[in-house]
Ligand binder design. Structure first.
Ligand code: 8YV
Length: 328
């Protein structure tokens, strides 16, 4: 590595302390806007930096990577999901891609639990009823939701976030079921008292609540297809804080409108920031603006994690959070 500090281009405004720490170590150019960097600016950035520090919302596809200059050797993503980056194309050009896993798992799992509680217990409907002046006093028959305790939770993807969800879910009296690309080790399975389902279809037909916690990859695109959603019973709930396209969103919206599902708690959408109009209107859904990891603590930790990856790379080591294309 040369003595010159690496040229790092930040595609998005990050918490001030993160930007400061990065600037202390590297030659940083920050894009000081809280919007995704426009594609022409990204094209210009990849030509003149050693490290592109990007985030979700940036489209780092093959066309963009074709324009990359010879200096670009690391794409350090601020965030866990890398579905917006063509990791194969990067790897083919000798560019390493890293992400920031682990650090946001606990906060994301809290949000899953918040949605698991909010939908069956009609939290948002209750707040709205009160604000609209429809609360005329306690009633034995008004605002009845459904009990969470005793329900079966099916987690799709028992990685870091999925495991953190499972731990919380047990405390709420839910039984934990999971489907994962590979069965996890027995020690963790026993600790979580989790039942593994090799067949996603079979798990879906038996659970009451589904939590989507797998990454979006070509293999998980519309994993919850219309056919699979139809395997769920009509009072089942779906929670998704991962990526919108893992669910066939139109099918989900239709089924909710037709009362063939109990409801949904969604933090992510197919065409963010646009939200499906049918979902917007449904009373039994809780919709959030992609904020599962939105805590000051997570965002600072994500920044630190990104910095560690860049620093390790700058020092000539393999960054800890390398994405291995074959693992996607
Ligand atoms: C989300 C994210 O909260 O890191 C990402 O890629 O999108 C996070 O901000 C994530 O969906 C949690 O699983």
């Amino acid at each position: 590595m040369s003595e010159q500090p690496l040229k790092v281009i930040l595609t998005r405004k990050l918490p001030a302390e993160v930007e400061q720490r990065l600037s202390d170590l590297f030659d940083v150019t920050a894009y000081n806007d809280d919007k995704p960097m426009p594609q022409p600016a990204l094209a210009e950035a990849v030509q003149r930096c050693d490290v592109l520090a990007c985030t979700l919302g940036d489209r780092i596809d093959e066309d963009l990577l074709t324009l990359a200059g010879p200096r670009l050797k690391l794409i350090a993503n601020f965030g866990a999901g890398v579905d917006h980056i063509d990791v194969q194309a990067a790897s083919a050009r000798g560019i390493t891609v890293t992400n920031t896993p682990s650090v946001l798992a606990e906060d994301a799992a809290d949000m899953v639990m918040a949605l698991i509680m909010a939908v069956p217990r009609r939290l948002v409907e209750g707040v709205e009823a009160l604000r609209d002046g429809r609360f005329t006093g306690w009633s034995p028959t008004w605002m009845l939701g459904h009990r969470v305790r005793g329900k079966k939770l099916g987690i799709i993807g028992l990685g870091r976030v999925g495991q953190a969800v499972a731990r919380r879910a047990r405390a709420f009296g839910l039984s934990v079921h999971y489907h994962n690309r590979n069965r996890i080790n027995t020690h963790i399975e026993n600790e979580l008292e989790a039942t593994y389902w090799d067949s996603l279809d079979q798990m879906l037909s038996r659970v009451d609540i589904v939590s989507v916690n797998c990454p979006q990859t070509p293999a998980t695109y519309h994993l919850l297809s219309r056919r699979r959603l139809e395997l769920l019973h009509k009072d089942a709930y779906i929670v998704n804080i991962s990526r919108g396209d893992i669910i066939d969103e139109e099918a989900l919206a239709d089924m909710i409108a037709e009362k063939r599902l109990g409801g949904a708690g969604l933090d992510v959408f197919s065409k963010e920031p646009a939200v499906n109009a049918q979902l917007m209107k449904a009373p039994n859904v809780v919709l959030l603006p992609h904020m599962a990891s939105a805590t000051v603590e997570s965002r600072i930790d994500m920044g630190d994690r990104m910095l560690i990856n860049i620093k390790m790379f700058a020092d000539g080591h393999k960054p800890p959070d390398r994405i291995i294309p074959e693992m996607l």
